[in-house]
Design a protein around this ligand. Structure first.
Ligand code: SAM
Length: 233
């Protein structure tokens, strides 16, 4: 049985304010106290951020471009975006993640004439406003496709020109890894990974009048992400 209500979200929020915060702060950080799998995920995630920056910059300078980073985590994308001159609205469901992201941003961007990202504790479903670009990296993995459809539609409604999403692709190999349980250990439901098929994500986008313009695939040993850039059809 798949939960489509608020259940998933509350568990995810709780996880990312507590054990998930501790775990991902290590993975997304630079310290050496990570195991082999965590180090590999760190590398894969860094590649996703890097590829996203390339996708974004291919269409021109980010100077003054408004970007919504939905589910910003520790600011891994928001910080380089701000450095490129983007006007960044960074939000996350977890207050712990947001406050650490804000601290990181001050440390890494402070002092210069960079416009700081505007950090907010907010789940992406309650975001409003309009942005040139909306980005949502590695968030959909926490939700089943039934829930993801609505999230994708909402994110598209906030974007004027483009929406970039990354998600764990439903492939046989990845499914196997998931079953092995190395990626998402522990009994907590929030650590359950939901895989998404590209076709289903594409269908969700199509329903709201968007089409995929660019695709990327990031793979390391334990990290797999499909990266798509969608635009109004
Ligand atoms: N996007 C960031 C990155 O790539 O560095 C963080 C990815 S992390 C795996 C997933 C993040 O999504 C967590 O920070 C979590 O708190 C956030 N999140 C999960 N569900 C969310 C929701 N419904 N709305 C906003 N953020 C959410």
């Amino acid at each position: 049985a798949v939960e489509v209500g608020g259940g998933d979200k509350e568990v995810v929020r709780e996880y990312f304010n507590n054990s998930g915060f501790q775990r991902w702060r290590k993975i997304y950080g630079e310290t050496d106290d990570v195991n082999r799998v965590q180090r590999d995920i760190r590398l894969g995630h860094a590649k996703t951020v890097e590829n996203t920056m390339v996708m974004l910059k291919e269409e021109g300078s980010l100077q003054g471009v408004t970007v919504c980073d939905a589910g910003c985590g520790l600011g891994s994308l928001s910080i380089p975006l701000a450095r490129e001159g983007a006007i960044v609205s960074a939000s996350d469901i977890s207050a712990a993640m947001v406050s650490e992201a804000e601290k990181q941003a001050k440390e890494q961007l402070g002092g210069g004439d960079v416009v700081m990202p505007n950090f907010m504790v907010k789940d992406l479903e309650s975001l409003d406003g309009k942005y040139d670009t909306v980005v949502c990296l590695d968030v959909l993995i926490h939700y089943p496709q039934s829930k993801a459809d609505g999230m994708i539609a909402h994110l598209a409604s906030l974007a004027e020109n483009r929406l970039i999403l990354s998600f764990a692709p439903k492939t046989f190999y990845y499914d196997l890894l998931k079953r092995v349980g190395e990626l998402f250990p522990g009994p907590s439901k929030a650590t359950r990974a939901y895989l998404h098929s590209e076709a289903e994500v594409e269908r969700a986008l199509k329903k709201v009048g968007w089409r995929i313009r660019k695709r990327g695939l990031i793979t390391t040993q334990f990290y797999f992400a499909r990266l798509v850039e969608a635009v109004p059809a």
